[in-house]
Design a protein around this ligand. Sequence first.
Ligand code: DCP
Ligand code: MG
Length: 355
Amino acid sequence: MSEQVRGRKIIHVDMDCFYAAVEMRDNPEYRGRPLAVGGAADSRGVIATCNYEARAFGVRSAMPSSEAKRRCPELLLVRGRMEVYKAVSEQIRAIFARYTELIEPLSLDEAYLDVTDCAACQGSATRIAERIRAEILAETGLTASAGIAPNKFLAKVASDENKPNGQCVIPPGKTAEFAAALPLRKIPGVGPKTAERLAERGLHIGADVLACTPEQLAQWLGKFGPVLHLRAQGIDARPVQTHRERKSVGVETTLAVDLNNATGCYEVLLGLLPELERRLRDRPFKGVQVKLKFHDFQQTTLAQQATVLEPTQLKAMVENAFERGEGRRVRLVGASVTLAPPAAEGVQQLSLGLG
Ligand code: DCP
Ligand code: MG
Protein backbone atom coordinates (compact mmCIF):
# COMPACT_ATOMS: atom_id res chain seq x y z
CA MET A 1 0.00 0.00 0.00
CA SER A 2 1.38 3.41 -0.90
CA GLU A 3 2.14 6.06 1.71
CA GLN A 4 -0.43 8.25 0.04
CA VAL A 5 -3.16 5.70 0.72
CA ARG A 6 -1.93 5.08 4.27
CA GLY A 7 -2.04 8.79 5.00
CA ARG A 8 -5.70 9.45 4.30
CA LYS A 9 -8.08 10.69 6.97
CA ILE A 10 -11.59 9.42 6.44
CA ILE A 11 -14.65 10.16 8.56
CA HIS A 12 -17.84 8.12 8.27
CA VAL A 13 -20.84 9.95 9.72
CA ASP A 14 -24.09 8.09 10.44
CA MET A 15 -27.18 9.57 12.07
CA ASP A 16 -28.59 7.60 15.01
CA CYS A 17 -31.87 5.73 14.28
CA PHE A 18 -32.46 8.44 11.75
CA TYR A 19 -36.16 8.40 10.78
CA ALA A 20 -37.21 7.49 14.33
CA ALA A 21 -35.03 10.25 15.81
CA VAL A 22 -36.65 12.82 13.53
CA GLU A 23 -40.12 11.65 14.59
CA MET A 24 -39.18 11.86 18.30
CA ARG A 25 -37.74 15.32 17.77
CA ASP A 26 -40.95 16.57 16.17
CA ASN A 27 -43.43 14.65 18.38
CA PRO A 28 -42.44 14.83 22.06
CA GLU A 29 -45.21 12.34 22.91
CA TYR A 30 -43.26 9.63 21.03
CA ARG A 31 -40.20 9.93 23.27
CA GLY A 32 -39.40 7.24 25.82
CA ARG A 33 -41.68 4.67 24.17
CA PRO A 34 -40.85 1.98 21.64
CA LEU A 35 -41.33 3.64 18.26
CA ALA A 36 -40.92 2.38 14.71
CA VAL A 37 -41.27 4.07 11.35
CA GLY A 38 -42.71 1.86 8.64
CA GLY A 39 -45.71 0.40 6.91
CA ALA A 40 -48.79 -0.79 8.77
CA ALA A 41 -48.76 -4.28 10.29
CA ASP A 42 -52.02 -5.29 8.64
CA SER A 43 -50.99 -4.38 5.10
CA ARG A 44 -47.71 -6.20 4.61
CA GLY A 45 -45.65 -3.24 5.73
CA VAL A 46 -42.03 -3.44 6.87
CA ILE A 47 -40.08 -1.54 9.48
CA ALA A 48 -37.78 1.15 8.03
CA THR A 49 -36.16 1.84 11.39
CA CYS A 50 -36.96 2.06 15.09
CA ASN A 51 -35.69 3.73 18.24
CA TYR A 52 -33.56 2.05 20.91
CA GLU A 53 -36.55 1.30 23.12
CA ALA A 54 -37.98 -0.82 20.28
CA ARG A 55 -34.60 -2.41 19.48
CA ALA A 56 -34.57 -3.76 23.04
CA PHE A 57 -37.57 -5.90 22.01
CA GLY A 58 -35.73 -7.26 18.97
CA VAL A 59 -37.44 -4.97 16.46
CA ARG A 60 -35.15 -4.35 13.46
CA SER A 61 -35.02 -2.55 10.09
CA ALA A 62 -36.57 -4.54 7.20
CA MET A 63 -38.60 -6.72 9.59
CA PRO A 64 -42.26 -7.19 8.63
CA SER A 65 -44.30 -4.83 10.79
CA SER A 66 -46.52 -7.74 11.85
CA GLU A 67 -43.47 -9.51 13.30
CA ALA A 68 -42.37 -6.29 15.02
CA LYS A 69 -45.79 -6.00 16.65
CA ARG A 70 -45.53 -9.60 17.85
CA ARG A 71 -42.18 -8.91 19.45
CA CYS A 72 -43.31 -5.62 20.93
CA PRO A 73 -47.11 -5.34 21.30
CA GLU A 74 -46.96 -1.76 22.61
CA LEU A 75 -44.89 -0.66 19.60
CA LEU A 76 -45.95 2.71 18.24
CA LEU A 77 -45.83 2.41 14.47
CA VAL A 78 -45.84 5.63 12.48
CA ARG A 79 -45.65 6.46 8.78
CA GLY A 80 -42.49 8.06 7.50
CA ARG A 81 -42.24 11.68 6.35
CA MET A 82 -39.71 11.41 3.55
CA GLU A 83 -39.68 15.10 2.72
CA VAL A 84 -38.61 15.95 6.28
CA TYR A 85 -35.81 13.33 6.23
CA LYS A 86 -34.59 14.72 2.89
CA ALA A 87 -34.52 18.24 4.30
CA VAL A 88 -32.45 17.09 7.30
CA SER A 89 -30.17 15.23 4.91
CA GLU A 90 -29.53 18.47 3.03
CA GLN A 91 -28.76 20.23 6.31
CA ILE A 92 -26.14 17.68 7.34
CA ARG A 93 -24.57 17.67 3.87
CA ALA A 94 -24.24 21.46 4.10
CA ILE A 95 -22.40 20.98 7.41
CA PHE A 96 -20.03 18.41 5.85
CA ALA A 97 -19.31 20.85 3.01
CA ARG A 98 -17.85 23.33 5.53
CA TYR A 99 -14.96 20.93 6.05
CA THR A 100 -14.31 19.23 2.71
CA GLU A 101 -15.49 18.95 -0.87
CA LEU A 102 -14.74 15.23 -0.83
CA ILE A 103 -18.10 13.92 0.35
CA GLU A 104 -19.57 10.57 -0.68
CA PRO A 105 -23.17 10.20 0.52
CA LEU A 106 -24.22 6.58 1.04
CA SER A 107 -27.82 7.30 1.93
CA LEU A 108 -29.81 10.19 3.37
CA ASP A 109 -28.20 9.79 6.79
CA GLU A 110 -24.72 8.49 6.02
CA ALA A 111 -21.62 9.78 4.24
CA TYR A 112 -17.90 9.35 3.91
CA LEU A 113 -15.77 12.48 4.18
CA ASP A 114 -12.14 12.67 3.16
CA VAL A 115 -10.65 15.35 5.43
CA THR A 116 -7.00 14.64 4.59
CA ASP A 117 -6.52 18.20 3.35
CA CYS A 118 -8.84 19.94 5.82
CA ALA A 119 -7.03 22.59 7.88
CA ALA A 120 -9.74 22.93 10.57
CA CYS A 121 -8.90 21.76 14.11
CA GLN A 122 -5.20 21.74 13.15
CA GLY A 123 -6.02 18.89 10.82
CA SER A 124 -7.20 16.59 13.63
CA ALA A 125 -9.83 14.33 12.05
CA THR A 126 -11.00 13.33 15.53
CA ARG A 127 -11.76 16.92 16.46
CA ILE A 128 -13.26 17.66 13.04
CA ALA A 129 -15.66 14.75 13.62
CA GLU A 130 -16.53 16.10 17.08
CA ARG A 131 -17.24 19.51 15.61
CA ILE A 132 -19.36 18.12 12.79
CA ARG A 133 -21.44 16.11 15.28
CA ALA A 134 -21.83 19.15 17.52
CA GLU A 135 -22.98 21.29 14.58
CA ILE A 136 -25.44 18.60 13.48
CA LEU A 137 -26.91 18.51 17.00
CA ALA A 138 -27.09 22.31 17.29
CA GLU A 139 -28.66 22.81 13.87
CA THR A 140 -30.96 19.79 13.54
CA GLY A 141 -31.52 18.69 17.14
CA LEU A 142 -30.38 15.18 16.19
CA THR A 143 -27.40 13.07 17.18
CA ALA A 144 -24.92 11.40 14.85
CA SER A 145 -22.11 8.92 15.36
CA ALA A 146 -18.78 8.93 13.56
CA GLY A 147 -15.87 6.67 12.75
CA ILE A 148 -12.43 8.06 12.00
CA ALA A 149 -9.85 5.87 10.24
CA PRO A 150 -7.33 5.81 7.39
CA ASN A 151 -9.84 4.23 4.98
CA LYS A 152 -13.55 3.93 4.23
CA PHE A 153 -14.02 0.36 5.42
CA LEU A 154 -12.55 0.98 8.87
CA ALA A 155 -14.26 4.35 9.24
CA LYS A 156 -17.63 2.72 8.56
CA VAL A 157 -17.07 -0.09 11.00
CA ALA A 158 -15.80 2.41 13.59
CA SER A 159 -18.89 4.62 13.35
CA ASP A 160 -20.95 1.70 14.67
CA GLU A 161 -18.67 1.03 17.65
CA ASN A 162 -19.90 3.78 19.98
CA LYS A 163 -23.42 4.35 18.70
CA PRO A 164 -25.52 6.28 19.61
CA ASN A 165 -24.01 9.78 19.87
CA GLY A 166 -20.45 8.51 19.98
CA GLN A 167 -17.37 8.22 17.87
CA CYS A 168 -14.42 5.88 17.53
CA VAL A 169 -10.96 6.43 16.11
CA ILE A 170 -8.82 3.74 14.53
CA PRO A 171 -5.38 5.33 14.21
CA PRO A 172 -3.08 4.32 11.32
CA GLY A 173 -0.91 2.17 13.59
CA LYS A 174 -3.87 0.12 14.86
CA THR A 175 -5.61 -0.85 11.63
CA ALA A 176 -4.21 -4.38 11.30
CA GLU A 177 -4.82 -5.15 14.95
CA PHE A 178 -8.40 -3.86 14.79
CA ALA A 179 -9.21 -5.82 11.62
CA ALA A 180 -7.69 -9.03 12.97
CA ALA A 181 -10.04 -8.98 15.97
CA LEU A 182 -13.09 -7.94 13.95
CA PRO A 183 -16.02 -10.39 13.75
CA LEU A 184 -16.45 -11.12 10.04
CA ARG A 185 -20.16 -10.28 10.16
CA LYS A 186 -19.22 -6.64 10.75
CA ILE A 187 -17.32 -6.41 7.47
CA PRO A 188 -19.50 -4.75 4.82
CA GLY A 189 -20.19 -7.37 2.16
CA VAL A 190 -20.40 -10.23 4.66
CA GLY A 191 -24.12 -10.91 5.03
CA PRO A 192 -25.71 -13.54 7.27
CA LYS A 193 -25.29 -16.27 4.62
CA THR A 194 -21.61 -15.57 3.91
CA ALA A 195 -20.92 -15.33 7.64
CA GLU A 196 -22.54 -18.74 8.09
CA ARG A 197 -20.49 -20.30 5.30
CA LEU A 198 -17.30 -18.86 6.74
CA ALA A 199 -18.21 -20.07 10.23
CA GLU A 200 -18.68 -23.59 8.84
CA ARG A 201 -15.01 -23.45 7.88
CA GLY A 202 -14.05 -22.21 11.30
CA LEU A 203 -13.62 -18.58 10.22
CA HIS A 204 -15.07 -16.09 12.70
CA ILE A 205 -12.77 -13.07 12.94
CA GLY A 206 -10.32 -11.26 10.65
CA ALA A 207 -7.32 -13.22 11.92
CA ASP A 208 -8.99 -16.50 10.89
CA VAL A 209 -9.31 -15.26 7.31
CA LEU A 210 -5.61 -14.42 7.14
CA ALA A 211 -4.81 -18.10 7.69
CA CYS A 212 -6.37 -18.71 4.24
CA THR A 213 -4.93 -17.63 0.89
CA PRO A 214 -6.82 -15.13 -1.29
CA GLU A 215 -7.10 -17.95 -3.87
CA GLN A 216 -8.84 -20.24 -1.40
CA LEU A 217 -11.20 -17.44 -0.43
CA ALA A 218 -11.90 -16.77 -4.13
CA GLN A 219 -12.91 -20.40 -4.54
CA TRP A 220 -15.38 -20.14 -1.69
CA LEU A 221 -16.67 -16.62 -2.14
CA GLY A 222 -15.90 -15.65 -5.75
CA LYS A 223 -14.72 -12.10 -6.41
CA PHE A 224 -15.39 -11.04 -2.84
CA GLY A 225 -12.83 -13.57 -1.51
CA PRO A 226 -9.68 -11.54 -2.21
CA VAL A 227 -11.46 -8.38 -1.06
CA LEU A 228 -12.21 -10.05 2.26
CA HIS A 229 -8.54 -10.97 2.56
CA LEU A 230 -7.63 -7.29 2.23
CA ARG A 231 -10.31 -6.15 4.68
CA ALA A 232 -9.11 -8.70 7.24
CA GLN A 233 -5.77 -6.88 7.11
CA GLY A 234 -7.51 -3.53 7.54
CA ILE A 235 -6.80 -2.55 3.93
CA ASP A 236 -9.20 -0.65 1.67
CA ALA A 237 -7.85 1.46 -1.19
CA ARG A 238 -11.21 2.73 -2.46
CA PRO A 239 -11.17 6.52 -2.70
CA VAL A 240 -14.02 8.70 -1.46
CA GLN A 241 -16.10 9.19 -4.60
CA THR A 242 -17.89 12.49 -4.84
CA HIS A 243 -20.18 11.44 -7.63
CA ARG A 244 -20.97 7.94 -8.53
CA GLU A 245 -21.60 6.81 -12.08
CA ARG A 246 -24.94 5.10 -12.18
CA LYS A 247 -24.21 1.43 -12.80
CA SER A 248 -27.73 0.11 -13.06
CA VAL A 249 -31.31 1.21 -13.45
CA GLY A 250 -34.10 -0.79 -11.91
CA VAL A 251 -37.79 -0.90 -11.20
CA GLU A 252 -39.73 -3.11 -8.84
CA THR A 253 -43.13 -3.44 -7.30
CA THR A 254 -44.49 -5.04 -4.16
CA LEU A 255 -47.67 -6.92 -5.01
CA ALA A 256 -50.94 -6.30 -3.23
CA VAL A 257 -51.54 -10.06 -3.28
CA ASP A 258 -48.82 -12.73 -3.38
CA LEU A 259 -48.51 -14.64 -6.65
CA ASN A 260 -48.15 -18.40 -6.83
CA ASN A 261 -47.24 -18.85 -10.52
CA ALA A 262 -44.48 -17.75 -12.87
CA THR A 263 -46.85 -16.52 -15.58
CA GLY A 264 -48.40 -14.00 -13.20
CA CYS A 265 -44.91 -12.80 -12.22
CA TYR A 266 -43.96 -12.40 -15.87
CA GLU A 267 -47.07 -10.32 -16.52
CA VAL A 268 -46.18 -8.04 -13.62
CA LEU A 269 -42.68 -7.72 -15.03
CA LEU A 270 -44.02 -6.77 -18.47
CA GLY A 271 -46.03 -4.05 -16.77
CA LEU A 272 -42.83 -2.64 -15.25
CA LEU A 273 -40.93 -2.37 -18.52
CA PRO A 274 -42.34 0.96 -19.75
CA GLU A 275 -41.14 2.60 -16.51
CA LEU A 276 -37.74 0.94 -16.89
CA GLU A 277 -37.56 2.20 -20.46
CA ARG A 278 -38.45 5.72 -19.36
CA ARG A 279 -35.76 5.72 -16.69
CA LEU A 280 -33.16 4.27 -19.05
CA ARG A 281 -33.45 7.29 -21.32
CA ASP A 282 -31.97 5.39 -24.27
CA ARG A 283 -28.71 4.54 -22.55
CA PRO A 284 -27.03 1.33 -23.76
CA PHE A 285 -26.87 -1.58 -21.34
CA LYS A 286 -25.07 -4.88 -21.19
CA GLY A 287 -26.98 -7.03 -18.72
CA VAL A 288 -30.43 -7.63 -17.35
CA GLN A 289 -31.49 -8.80 -13.88
CA VAL A 290 -34.77 -10.22 -12.70
CA LYS A 291 -35.56 -10.16 -8.99
CA LEU A 292 -38.25 -12.03 -7.10
CA LYS A 293 -38.87 -11.64 -3.41
CA PHE A 294 -40.77 -14.48 -1.79
CA HIS A 295 -43.39 -14.20 0.93
CA ASP A 296 -40.77 -15.06 3.56
CA PHE A 297 -38.70 -12.03 2.41
CA GLN A 298 -35.97 -14.22 0.93
CA GLN A 299 -35.11 -12.94 -2.51
CA THR A 300 -33.41 -14.26 -5.58
CA THR A 301 -31.78 -12.36 -8.44
CA LEU A 302 -31.02 -13.79 -11.84
CA ALA A 303 -28.61 -11.95 -14.15
CA GLN A 304 -27.88 -12.49 -17.82
CA GLN A 305 -26.10 -10.63 -20.58
CA ALA A 306 -28.43 -8.60 -22.75
CA THR A 307 -28.35 -5.44 -24.82
CA VAL A 308 -32.07 -5.47 -25.53
CA LEU A 309 -35.01 -6.47 -23.36
CA GLU A 310 -36.30 -9.57 -25.06
CA PRO A 311 -39.63 -11.04 -23.92
CA THR A 312 -38.58 -14.67 -24.41
CA GLN A 313 -35.38 -14.17 -22.42
CA LEU A 314 -37.20 -12.35 -19.63
CA LYS A 315 -39.90 -15.00 -19.48
CA ALA A 316 -37.32 -17.76 -19.14
CA MET A 317 -35.54 -15.77 -16.44
CA VAL A 318 -38.74 -15.24 -14.46
CA GLU A 319 -39.55 -18.95 -14.69
CA ASN A 320 -36.06 -19.86 -13.57
CA ALA A 321 -36.20 -17.44 -10.64
CA PHE A 322 -39.66 -18.65 -9.69
CA GLU A 323 -38.44 -22.26 -9.57
CA ARG A 324 -35.77 -21.23 -7.12
CA GLY A 325 -38.59 -20.37 -4.71
CA GLU A 326 -39.54 -24.04 -4.61
CA GLY A 327 -43.22 -23.26 -4.46
CA ARG A 328 -43.00 -20.15 -2.31
CA ARG A 329 -45.39 -17.34 -3.15
CA VAL A 330 -43.95 -14.13 -4.61
CA ARG A 331 -44.47 -10.73 -2.96
CA LEU A 332 -42.24 -8.54 -5.12
CA VAL A 333 -41.13 -8.50 -8.76
CA GLY A 334 -38.29 -6.37 -10.06
CA ALA A 335 -36.20 -5.88 -13.16
CA SER A 336 -33.03 -3.91 -13.71
CA VAL A 337 -30.35 -3.46 -16.31
CA THR A 338 -26.61 -3.00 -15.92
CA LEU A 339 -25.55 0.03 -17.89
CA ALA A 340 -22.75 -0.29 -20.42
CA PRO A 341 -19.62 1.63 -19.40
CA PRO A 342 -19.63 5.24 -20.68
CA ALA A 343 -16.91 4.42 -23.25
CA ALA A 344 -19.34 2.13 -25.04
CA GLU A 345 -21.98 4.80 -25.17
CA GLY A 346 -23.05 5.75 -28.66
CA VAL A 347 -21.58 2.57 -30.10
CA GLN A 348 -24.75 0.59 -29.78
CA GLN A 349 -28.23 2.00 -29.88
CA LEU A 350 -30.70 0.79 -27.31
CA SER A 351 -33.75 -0.99 -28.52
CA LEU A 352 -36.29 -2.41 -26.15
CA GLY A 353 -37.42 -4.93 -28.75
CA LEU A 354 -40.93 -4.83 -27.40
CA GLY A 355 -42.52 -2.53 -29.93
N1 DCP B 1 -33.84 2.47 6.29
C1 DCP B 1 -34.91 1.85 5.63
N2 DCP B 1 -34.90 0.49 5.44
C2 DCP B 1 -33.85 -0.27 5.88
C3 DCP B 1 -32.76 0.36 6.54
C4 DCP B 1 -32.80 1.74 6.72
O1 DCP B 1 -35.84 2.53 5.23
N3 DCP B 1 -33.84 -1.59 5.69
C5 DCP B 1 -33.89 3.94 6.51
C6 DCP B 1 -34.39 4.24 7.88
C7 DCP B 1 -33.19 4.65 8.65
C8 DCP B 1 -32.28 5.23 7.60
O2 DCP B 1 -32.58 4.51 6.41
O3 DCP B 1 -33.51 5.60 9.66
C9 DCP B 1 -30.81 5.08 7.94
O4 DCP B 1 -30.45 3.72 8.03
P1 DCP B 1 -29.39 3.20 9.06
O5 DCP B 1 -29.01 1.82 8.64
O6 DCP B 1 -28.29 4.20 9.25
O7 DCP B 1 -30.23 3.04 10.40
P2 DCP B 1 -30.62 4.09 11.49
O8 DCP B 1 -30.03 5.43 11.21
O9 DCP B 1 -32.10 4.07 11.60
O10 DCP B 1 -30.02 3.46 12.80
P3 DCP B 1 -28.51 3.44 13.32
O11 DCP B 1 -28.52 4.25 14.57
O12 DCP B 1 -28.22 2.01 13.55
O13 DCP B 1 -27.69 4.07 12.21
MG1 MG C 1 -28.05 5.71 10.72
